[in-house]
Each structure stands twice: as structure tokens, then as C-alpha cells.
Design a protein around this ligand. Structure first.
Ligand code: MG
Length: 386
């Protein structure tokens, strides 16, 4: 029995105050729609992503950089949710004996147990929709705002997705509704209208629909437990000491008879810092972003590269929280320059100087640093979602 997933990703994000479709917003660096797709990895045999044509390319490029264990295709969103679902169903052409799961891509926190419950219910009852008992008293009001009726709270459920149906049932109901112009508020509503039984299974309070900006904060808290997606990165770099070169460390030019050899200004400390930043976000390393084979990086100030690295992190939704560097050099004395180094880094990262630490050590004349053949640097930083 095949399981088909209709992923509704056609939102506009108006209530989210976002310039893009809300399902393209990132949580922990991963777009909401991709998180939703991943949630169905263990269940889906085929998936259709129903979205506006304008968003298709971005979803496609995000999705193709990952490997999903199921094939997926796209369908265009319609004027109504029901029209979107029908477009998705038509694109899938499901086997009538199969199972169709219809899911709001904005519910990216859906858990595997919930999906299992829905599927089991479809197998047993022909349908399964997740619901949580209403916690607030609900009133039915007239247009004048006066209460007409207070339904018994224990019989009220808030309904979530995925809503699951026997493929034959949902196809029949959706095609008939389209032909007759019946519009329901959810997918189950269409089945109910044509007299099919719809079964509610336990939903989950964590299965929230991302609708308003506060929901993004809540989703991050639910994902991370403590509300802080803290990542740690480390970086290490070495450059050779050589005559006729400037010695630049953390953007500060230090008078010395030797300087560091390299394609850029060879600021070994900032290189270690940038690798720590990129590493914290799993975004590669400075070699992949600023190849030393490229002429445009010859002699470039590493402070410029740091500025670019900050931008790369920001684009992926991250910012540095604090940084700690250790420069390993037998000579010259670094200590007098540390306040200036700290200020440089803090300014580029846009964080307080109290969040930046630069330290220096010798190696008691041991090793390459001790023999003054080179200078090395270590950096650790923490990164949070911006
Ligand atoms: Mg380097």
C-alpha cells in the first residue's frame, strides 16, 4: 500500500510579516518546508509539493542539495486550499488503494509518532486526522458579537495536519466538491460533506502551524528545548614567518623584522577565527569560500574577508555570540596590541568587546613557533541563530 504526501507550501507569509513565503524561512539554518519534507522520510513513497511557481526554484534547489528517500514533484497552488489539494492529487495520480496524507508545510515540527497514528487510522478506518482537545471554552457567536451557543468543550477538538485518507475516498470527494463548488475549511470537511466517516486521532501540542512571528520563536524553543540553538566552532591556522612581509595579526600591523607568508595578508589569527565561524555553521572553510588560487584575494586584508564571512553567516541565519583566540608566537610580544585586536574583531562581528578574547602564548622555544619558523593561531566561537 503506497503512501502519497501532498505538501501544501503555497503560503504568502502575510501574517508572518515576512517578505518571502513563510515555508522558506529558516529554523536552525534549514527552511521550514525542507524540515516538513524530512519529517515524512520514513513514510512517503511519493510526494508532491504544491506551491506558487515563484517559490518553486528555491524549494527545488534547497531540496536537491539533500537526499530524500522518496521521489517528489511540484504542482501549482490554486485559489483555495481545496484547489491546491486537488492540483496535488491530480499530479500524484495515486493508486486508489493507497494512502494520501495532506500536510501544511508550515507544520514542520510534526513528529513521527503522530504520522504513524494517522497512517494506522487510515488503514483501519479509511481516514485519520490529528486533533487536540480544546483547552479554551469555545462560543458560537452571531455577527453582532452576541453568543448564540456554547458547545460542550469535551466534544471540541482543534484539528491539525497531516490529515490522512484512503486515496480513493479523498479523490472522489475532492473531484465531486470541485465539480459542485463545495468549499470546506479543511480536507476532512469535504469527506464529511459527502457522508464519509472521519476519525480523529490524538494530535500533538508541539505540532504548531507557523503563522505569526512569535511562532518562529516558539518553534526554535521546541526544537532546541532551551530556546537557544548554540553552536560551537573551532579553527586553527599556521603561516610561515618570512622576511620582507608585514606582520598583521587580528587586523593590527605589528612592527617586527619578520612577517607572515601567504596569498592574502596572512593574518593567521583572523583565518583561524573565520574557520571557527564557518565550522560552527557547517558552512565549509575559508579555503572553500576564498580560494588562494584566486587573484582577487592576493594581498587582501583578512579583515575584509572577516566582514564577508559575517555576511555569509548572516545569509544562513547565524551570528557570532562570542569568540576566543589564542595566538602562538615566540616573538614579538603580542600583549600591547591585544586591546586593539579585540576592538577590531568586536567591530567586525558587531558584538561587545567583552564577548571577544584574544590571548597570546609562546611555546618555550619548542616546536616551529618556538624556532620562529611560523606563527599559529587557534580560535573557538559560539554562534546562535540571528
Ligand atoms: Mg591561513
Amino acid at each position: 500500500m503506497k503512501t502519497y504526501v501532498v505538501m501544501l507550501a503555497g503560503g504568502r507569509g502575510e501574517r508572518m510579516n515576512a517578505p518571502v513565503n513563510k515555508v522558506l524561512l529558516r529554523i536552525g539554518g534549514i527552511p521550514v518546508v525542507i524540515r516538513s519534507m524530512e519529517a515524512f522520510s520514513a513514510y512517503a513513497d511519493e510526494m508532491v509539493i504544491v506551491t506558487r511557481p515563484v517559490d518553486r526554484e528555491e524549494i527545488m534547489s534547497e531540496a536537491s542539495s539533500r537526499s530524500f528517500p522518496f521521489p517528489f514533484r511540484f504542482a501549482d497552488g490554486g485559489e483555495t486550499r481545496q484547489a491546491s489539494v486537488l492540483n496535488g492529487l491530480r499530479a500524484l495520480c495515486p493508486d486508489p488503494d493507497g494512502i494520501v496524507l495532506i500536510h501544511d508545510a508550515a507544520r514542520c515540527l510534526v513528529d513521527p509518532e503522530l504520522i504513524s497514528r494517522v497512517i494506522l487510522s487510515v488503514k483501519e478506518n479509511g481516514s485519520g486526522i490529528p486533533g487536540i482537545p480544546a483547552t479554551n471554552t469555545c462560543k458560537i457567536c452571531g455577527p453582532d458579537g452576541y453568543v448564540l451557543q456554547t458547545p460542550e468543550r469535551s466534544s471540541l477538538f482543534e484539528i491539525q495536519t497531516p490529515q490522512g485518507f484512503s486515496a480513493g475516498l479523498i479523490l472522489d470527494a475532492e473531484e465531486r466538491a470541485a465539480a459542485e463548488g463545495f468549499l470546506g475549511t479543511d480536507d476532512a470537511c469535504v469527506l464529511e460533506h459527502y457522508g464519509y466517516a472521519v476519525k480523529v486521532v490524538p494530535g500533538s501540542s508541539a505540532n504548531i502551524k507557523l503563522t505569526e512571528p512569535g511562532d518562529m520563536v516558539r518553534a526554535r524553543m521546541l526544537l532546541e528545548g532551551d530556546g537557544m540553538d548554540m553552536r560551537i566552532g573551532m579553527g586553527y591556522d599556521v603561516h610561515r614567518l618570512t622576511p620582507h612581509r608585514k606582520l598583521i595579526l587580528c587586523g593590527v600591523e605589528i612592527p617586527f623584522e619578520l612577517g607572515l607568508h601567504g596569498h592574502s595578508d596572512a593574518d593567521v589569527a583572523l583565518h583561524a577565527l573565520m574557520d571557527a565561524m564557518l565550522g560552527a555553521c557547517a558552512l565549509g572553510d575559508i579555503g572553500s569560500h576564498f580560494p588562494d588560487t584566486e587573484e582577487r584575494y592576493r594581498g587582501i586584508s583578512s579583515a575584509m574577508l572577516l566582514r564577508e564571512t559575517v555576511r555569509i553567516l548572516a545569509d544562513a541565519g547565524f551570528r557570532v555570540h562570542n569568540a576566543d583566540l589564542t595566538i602562538v608566537a615566540q616573538k614579538p610580544k603580542i600583549l600591547p596590541y591585544i586591546p586593539l585586536m579585540t576592538a577590531n574583531i568586536a567591530a567586525e562581528l558587531g558584538i561587545p568587546q567583552s564577548s571577544v578574547s584574544v590571548k597570546a602564548t609562546t611555546t618555550e622555544k619548542l616546536g616551529f613557533e618556538g624556532r620562529m619558523e611560523g606563527i599559529s593561531a587557534y580560535a573557538v566561537c559560539t554562534v546562535t541563530e540571528s
